[in-house]
Design a protein around this ligand. Structure first.
Ligand code: NAD
Length: 302
């Protein structure tokens, strides 16, 4: 299978460096026209300049590709709408949105300032929502779209000192779940990527020999597969150092206890049965939980 992007228009946010830069270069190399967005600030989100995005645009053009720079903050909906319009004015459509922009404000929860919590949620969750909202009507009208959320192992599984970041990153998976369901009839596929890579964001977290094994370009194949015409939808891929895994949000079969004064005690006693993972499912939508519960309630009535 040839993962070709000729004729496709992509927006990659936070593409002035790190993973986003690799995503933008790879999409351009495979034929996409790429709008390279980056606020150009520091890891904690302070400052900003369009020069980071422009440098990647220059790189793409030097290699014979087509690209445009944009310095909007994904937190600014009006600026995000203008960014999407910039791509539409230049190329007439937007096929692919890679929500990659992100910042960190790490601290243990007891020391975390709520302003830092809010800012991280604003960039990761509201930033992704702003970009999705701005491309959505275009994707609906053209009956085609590919949207990628950048989640994180922290969002999926937790990490000390990253309560704000973890909450914001799993929220992007929640956004993916419903947008994938709502987008299905318009051929809009929505997926999520949990990368592990040596970038400025992680350079202080890992020792040098680990950073050496985590080249950002090793994550790119997962991005390409998740935004290609042949992409699945509602898939969470994990990628790092050339390895690929998938994460699932599952529902166990559980038990039915009904009503009664002793249900709390029965539940406490049989908790291991409720959390037992044999026969768990990956629900196709939130309705699966209610459906299962109604089925068990009806079965108990006989
Ligand atoms: N590197 C990893 O191991 C790792 C792990 C999990 C998730 N991620 C996620 O991958 C994405 C890319 O991170 P990275 O590791 O390449 O770090 P990075 O700091 O190199 O890249 C993030 C980019 O986003 C830009 N950005 C920040 N706020 C912005 C805003 N408001 N508007 C537009 N652009 C903005 C920054 O300027 C920067 O260029 C992030 O969403 C990050 O949370 C990275």
């Amino acid at each position: 299978m040839d993962l070709d992007f000729k004729g496709r228009v992509a927006i990659v946010t936070g593409a002035g460096g790190g993973l986003g830069r690799q995503h933008a270069l790879a999409l351009a190399k495979r034929g996409a026209k790429v709008l390279v967005n980056d606020l150009g600030g520091a890891v904690d989100g302070s400052g900003g300049s369009v020069s980071a995005a422009q440098a990647v645009v220059d790189e793409i053009r030097a290699a014979g590709g087509e690209a445009l720079a944009n310095g909007a903050s994904v937190t600014d909906f009006a600026a995000v709408e203008a960014m999407v319009q910039q791509a539409i004015d230049a190329w007439g459509r937007v096929d692919i949105l890679v929500n990659n922009a992100g910042i960190l404000r790490d601290k243990s929860f007891s020391k975390m300032d709520m302003a830092d919590f809010r800012l991280v949620v604003d960039v990761h969750l509201m930033g992704a929502a702003n970009c999705c909202k701005a491309v959505w009507p275009h994707m609906v009208a053209q009956q085609y779209g590919r949207i990628l959320m950048t989640t994180s192992s922290t969002g999926l599984y937790g990490n000390f000192g990253q309560a704000n970041y973890g909450a914001a990153k799993l929220a992007q998976v929640g956004l993916m779940q419903t947008l994938a369901i709502e987008g299905a009839k318009y051929h809009i596929h929505v997926n999520a990527l949990a990368p592990t890579a040596a970038t400025r964001m992680t350079e202080s977290l890992f020792p040098p020999q680990i950073l050496d094994a985590l080249q950002p370009e090793a994550v790119v194949p997962a991005m390409l597969v998740l935004v290609h015409e042949s992409a699945p939808t509602r898939t969470i891929l994990c990628a790092g150092g050339g390895s690929f895994e998938a994460a699932h949000i599952t529902l166990t079969q559980g038990i039915h206890l009904g009503l009664g004064d002793t249900v709390p005690e029965q539940l406490a006693q049989r908790l291991a049965q409720v959390t037992e993972r044999a026969d768990e499912q990956v629900p196709a939508s939130g309705a699966a939980q209610g459906t299962l519960e109604v089925q068990k309630a009806m079965a108990a009535r006989g």
